[in-house]
Design a protein around this ligand. Structure first.
Ligand code: MG
Length: 219
């Protein structure tokens, strides 16, 4: 167990296991979803490392990384750190704090690295600063858990699924964020890869937590 500040004592037993307050990190992951990721990672990283696609400012890395650390495992965290389409200047999810030096795009890397440093996860979280496609080219390592939370275009979601799920060990966990069975709740590509995985016959499903889906690869 890790030291934690008494200021979290009254919040929840889980937050006490986290080295810093998740609300102090920019991001789109709901706390209940984060708790589910933490609890799953605590189980699945007993068998190997985890890889996440989409680091942003490190919120999910806090939850998953804190669990992986308990098992002395690694969390590989892939992101080009230039933001997705909807996070660019003028778009719906643009955050002016993240503007890059050119003023024409965003750079989330300083925020991500600061999160990892504050959470004392530098020895657990291995940042991979590249696109998902580039990172996959020479990838050899078996993975016990893959968390897909990258671009929401159909092309990006499909690539993230096909490039990474094949590295999951039997009994490993595929987690997908922003899965909306009802199209009125949000975009479809994460739901489409979730459906593909389910219909492949290679996975059994765990209950969803909000928009977070969990599929375990069959042995
Ligand atoms: Mg997401």
């Amino acid at each position: 167990m890790h030291a934690c500040s008494h200021i979290f004592d009254s919040i929840s037993p889980l937050i006490m296991k986290l080295p810093i307050d998740p609300n102090s990190i920019k991001g789109f992951l709901d706390h209940e979803e984060g708790m589910a990721l933490f609890n799953k990672a605590l189980i699945y990283t007993k068998r190997g490392p985890c890889l996440e696609i989409g680091s942003y400012c490190g919120k999910s890395a806090l939850y998953i990384g804190s669990a992986a650390k308990e098992n002395n495992q690694t969390l590989f965290s892939i992101d080009h750190h230039q933001g997705s389409e909807e996070q660019q200047p003028g778009e719906e999810y643009f955050d002016p704090d993240l503007i890059n030096d050119s003023g024409k795009g965003i750079n989330t890397l300083p925020y991500f690295l600061e999160t990892i440093k504050r959470a004392k996860l530098k020895d657990t979280v291995s940042p991979i600063i590249s696109s998902s496609e580039e990172a996959s080219i020479n990838w050899q390592q078996d993975l016990a858990m893959v968390f897909v939370d990258g671009g929401h275009s159909l092309e990006a979601a499909m690539a993230d699924y096909f490039l990474w799920h094949k590295h999951l060990i039997p009994g490993g966990l595929l987690a997908i964020h922003d899965v909306f069975p009802n199209p009125e709740d949000g975009g479809r590509p994460p739901f489409e890869i979730y459906t593909l995985a389910k219909e492949s016959g290679y996975y059994k499903e765990w209950p969803m937590i909000k928009s977070l889906a969990f599929l375990e690869k069959l042995e």
